[in-house]
Design a protein around this ligand. Structure first.
Ligand SMILES: NC(=O)c1ccc[n+]([C@@H]2O[C@H](COP(=O)([O-])OP(=O)(O)OC[C@H]3O[C@@H](n4cnc5c(N)ncnc54)[C@H](O)[C@@H]3O)[C@@H](O)[C@H]2O)c1
Length: 363
């Protein structure tokens, strides 16, 4: 079986879908691996690092005879005609990109469709990348603050600890809490899923209880949208809580829906000059009314609102290592006696296989 690892082409995408460590495991399993030249450079792996694999000079050469194609972002449209019918693609794959792949007769496993189950954990790229993003969001915010986060008693005076508020305590939010806590900040957090309170507290943070707001847990452990009354209670409580924070990291998301609006422009107006908001929900509309995806906004009262996209791609070494392991685990499920064999009945494959037999599944 010939597996190809492509060089990413999207601007700002520094990750790579495999690492020398995971490639060595594929080679040991009897797989022929071809790496597009330069694929690992941005993540810290030069072409000589891919022991046991062949390095092809460009994508078209690499794709010749490919049975499996691995990438972080979807294969570019320009490369689709160079893929052989029946080849298997594994990457993140937004739904808009799926029809063209189905039409070409390609099988595609979309990494974002991983079931959030115990068995899915080893393949869960949403979680591995959210872990990196949550960590980086705190570092990004902390580096833009005019103050330190830890308490310090020094000969030059005592510094009080900074206050960090995390909104949404899923995978990214919990990692943001842990990171802010390690930096010495006083951390508090809010989520609409009641089950999260204990996890927040176990990380040393205070849970923001909002009177009258019940748990909004939907299917698969995800949050569902709250009703208008609860939404009004959340927004008005956060209007009091947000201005107390030096740094707010917001991560609240509802699958398939716009991000819940949690921080109003008025709440930002009440924040101290120099405070920072890092809105990880920027791509789905933002948790803050002032967020602009991919942009930095400075308000009249001197608050910085950051709406970073793809933060995981900015820490490409560890993000790639985790993504590569997720992909390797998935790929090994599709390997039988050294040949490609899709176990269609497997619950992970069934959930993640978005194009097969010329059609888009899970429309
Ligand atoms: N293998 C597993 O068992 C596994 C792995 C990963 C995640 N999970 C679970 O999957 C779920 C989703 O995790 P995720 O990190 O992808 O979540 P996500 O990115 O979809 O959302 C982030 C957080 O925002 C919260 N949120 C939504 N609306 C909100 C609002 N109005 N106010 C405040 N917070 C709000 C959600 O409850 C969630 O905790 C969680 O229950 C998580 O524990 C399970």
């Amino acid at each position: 079986m010939r597996v190809v690892v492509l060089k990413e082409t999207k601007a700002g995408e520094h990750r790579v879908a495999q690492t020398p460590e995971t490639v060595a495991k594929l080679v040991k399993a009897g797989v022929e691996v071809v790496i597009e030249a330069g694929a690992g450079l941005a993540a810290g792996f030069d072409d000589a690092a891919w022991k046991g694999a062949t390095v092809a000079p460009d994508a078209k050469t690499a794709l010749s005879g490919a049975q499996v194609v691995l990438s972080v972002q979807p294969v570019s449209e320009a490369l689709v005609p160079h893929l052989s019918r029946g080849a298997l693609l594994i990457s993140f794959l937004p739904s808009a990109r799926r029809p063209a792949l189905a039409e070409r007769g390609l099988d595609a496993l979309a990494m974002e469709k991983v079931p959030r189950t115990t068995r899915g954990q080893a393949v869960d790229a949403l979680s591995s990348q959210a872990t990196v993003a949550g960590y980086k969001a705190v570092l990004l915010g902390a580096s833009r603050l005019p103050r330190l986060l830890p308490m310090m008693t020094t000969a030059a005076g005592t510094l009080t600890p900074g206050k960090v508020l995390v909104l949404g305590a899923g995978v990214a939010g919990l990692q943001a809490i842990a990171t802010a806590h390690r930096l010495g900040a006083q951390v508090s957090a809010f989520d609409v899923r009641a089950a999260v309170k204990e996890q927040v507290q176990s990380l040393g943070a205070k849970f923001v209880d909002i009177d009258g707001v019940g748990s909004a847990e939907g299917s698969g452990g995800y949050a569902k949208e709250v009703g208008a009354d609860d939404q009004a209670r959340i927004v008005s409580t956060l209007a009091r809580v947000v201005p107390l924070a030096d740094l707010v990291v917001s991560t609240a998301q509802i699958p398939g829906r716009p991000a819940p609006r949690l921080i109003t422009a008025d709440a930002v107006k009440a924040m101290r000059r120099g405070s920072v908001i890092v809105d990880l929900a920027a791509d789905t509309g933002g948790n803050c009314e002032l967020t602009q995806a991919g942009e930095e906004v400075v308000t009249d009262n001197g608050v910085l609102v950051l709406g970073p996209r793809d933060l995981a791609a900015t820490m490409p070494l560890h993000a790639s290592m985790m993504f590569a392991k997720n992909v390797l685990t998935l790929l090994l499920l599709c390997l039988k006696d050294g040949a490609l064999s899709l176990p269609l009945e497997d619950e992970l494959i069934a959930a993640m296989l978005v194009t097969h037999g010329g059609v888009v599944r899970h429309a």
